[in-house]
Design a protein. Sequence first.
Lengths: 310, 415
Amino acid sequence: MSAPTLAKEAPESVDEPILRKPSARKRLVPYWLLLPGIIWLLVFFALPLVYQASTSVQTGSLEKGFEVTWHFQTYWDAFTEYWPQFVRSLLYAGTATLLCLLLGYPLAYLIAFKAGRWRNLLLVLVIAPFFTSFLIRTLAWKTILADDSVVVDVLNTLHVLDVTSWIGWTEGDRVLATPMAVVCGLTYNFLPFMILPLYTSLERIDGRLHEAARDLYASPATTFRKVTFPLSMPGVVSGTLLTFIPASGDYVNAELLGSTDTKMVGNVIQSQFLRVLDYPTAAALSFILMAIVLAMVTVYIRRAGTEDLV
Amino acid sequence: MEQYEPESLSAAQLAAIRRSMTSGRGALSRRSMLRAGGVGALTVGGLAGLSACGIPPAKREGQGPASTDVSAKEKTLAFSNWTEYMDVSEDEKSRPTLEAFAKRTGIKVKYTEDINDNVEFFGKIKPQLAAGQDTGRDLICVTDWLAARIIRLGWAQKLDPANLPNAYANLSSQFRRPDWDPGRSYSYPWTGISTVIAYNVKATGGKKVDSVTQLLDDPALKGRVGFLTEMRDSVGMTLLDMGKDPGNFSDADYDAAIGRLQKGVDKKQIRRFTGNDYTSDLDKGDIAACLAWAGDIIQLQVDNPDIKFAIPSAGYITSSDNLLVPAQARHKTNAEKLIDYYYELPVAAQLAAYINYVCPVDGVKDELAKIDPELANNTLILPDKAMAKKSRAFRSLTSAEETAYEEKFAKLIGA
């Protein structure tokens, strides 16, 4: 806002109550503050989205170019062709999220309530893996789960792999290149995204509530069920979302730790985009995945009843 | 709670209501009108925008606007290559052949190892090339089929033979006439690649693995066989094994080869389709036997004597990584000088001795023997006649074939 504009407006407001209208400059302040965010969203979210939406209804080839022909059939074809990969993505991401919750909750609980002076150190340790690259971390699992590794030996001796093979999660006496390896990779890579939100919501719980529960003769289990867990729901919800959403679109774990029958929808999108050069199908697959995840997340948030918390 | 009685409102209250209607929450009605209008406009505009998008044909007819060559003025060259495709000094601080080139010609080479995968690299440079812009790279190194595609799309600059006397004279005859660039007017090979069968004797229990049939059928290898995600290598080797010529096959032959591989996938004989990462699996023994690129195997053998390789009697696939000058690159003459430099015998030998891939330069044997006599006799670096006779190249594909074949192959490998 330039100064002359203000000067022009000044005489008008003389006979009006001062409170009635904030000056033009004041009214615009929020918008100016929003501007960087809006531009960021426009350039890096809205525009690519529109571009992909357009690509998904085009037909053509690399050489002849692609034209918008409103060919919505692509969506149906893509879905019927690759529904197994969609199911697999959701299944793997769901399993990994559940495992993250089971592993992450006790750890977050420990850090929040029992860690004492070790708390900060433990938090740093949770984040420490992020100091190495995602790829390196995933490749490390190839060594951990190698056919003659200690882990696999132990699992074999305990006959755990017999059970997992029976339900189809592993292959014979190996773990690598099976669904279990992919789920392990996903769980490991996204675990911090579960622990950190859980920790923040657990840490906020007032210790006196636990004392009160004890005073009212609640057993530790009841205290957890009736006090701690409900109060940590915001953390559970945001943790599961932060884990599930990126995990369902991940393709690195399936690529490096999996095999032909563990490919997720991210792998299909990558392959359609780069290998087959079928951009419309790749774009349509992205939109279908987005729609499925959005729908699931909406239902989940409604049911968890924490709309205002996420 | 009080009942709402308009008559009983004082003038001040009425004024307050009016105020809130115009500037408070009440004003939202106007705003929401605007918002609805905005959404409507966005939808209409969006739809119009959607149909305006489109992706123009990638093919550039003719040469397009010729790019200006500023080589004479700017003594620089941006060279994009694969990792471990250039000799490095003992202390790993310099690249001797490149430095010697800079010293002699005064051309400073900006050497970048930013190619890891053909399909990904194509995805990276495609937007600029399709838009007719400079990629910022004067020289790139890509595998046959991608070189063929780039040339087919009109995205490569024609090379000037006058600047390439050594290259012209020393190029091995087996690389002279690829069907996608006869006479090498757009490209020169950087290295030749032999696709062979490699195995880890420790993992196979001392057994030799020397055919694709064995890879696909030997129950002793079940779940520990690797194939490559490069379609031409995996399908090409299978075609050879089935007695077909990868240089001349039909759609039916292709489908048969895919079917053969699919069986291997279905009965869990094949563990994975891999890119370059097969080397670590093979080294550890997680993969007992696989298709492999010979240069990798020579490098692996240095540290792990259990790694062996075999040339199938049915033949093996050869391909090459080729140097190309992308359209709109501004230092073509400099690039040509560099290509020619690497076809000088001592330089070629120095490079081959380091990277261990097939050297596409004739007459390099004596120079290589000076560096390491053992390497000079290694048929994986300098194939002898018997070996050359067994080598086959995968034929170039039309755009439609490429799409159809890649789609079938993608389905085979699970995505």
